[in-house]
Design a protein around this ligand. Structure first.
Ligand code: F3S
Length: 94
């Protein structure tokens, strides 16, 4: 099992999740991040860091976003790792 980044991340990229990850699982796409399921250890640390609640465990991804499970696995193989927080694509939330 792994955690999955879903739709609310797309266009946001707050990247708070990245610094919480103890095993550098995040990969950076142009408009959103993805988690590499090969590296995720299901620790749950990233979930509570995301201001827009974009991250779910694979077994709990909302029905309308289950396509993101395969998308995370696919995109993670193509994209570079991101391990440091960056400026979000939108205004930071308080
Ligand atoms: Fe995206 Fe949330 Fe991380 S918006 S970059 S999953 S903190």
């Amino acid at each position: 099992m792994a955690y999955v980044v879903t739709k609310p991340c797309d266009g946001c990229k707050y990247t708070d999740c990245v610094v919480a990850c103890p095993c550098d699982c995040f990969r950076e796409g142009e408009t959103m991040l993805y988690i590499d399921p090969r590296d995720c250890i299901d620790c749950d640390a990233c979930v509570h860091e995301c201001p827009v609640e974009a991250i779910f465990p694979e077994w709990d991804v909302p029905a309308e976003w289950t396509d993101y499970i395969a998308l995370n696995a696919e995109m993670a193989m193509k994209l570079p790792a991101i391990t440091e927080k960056k400026t979000p694509l939108v205004e930071p939330r308080e």
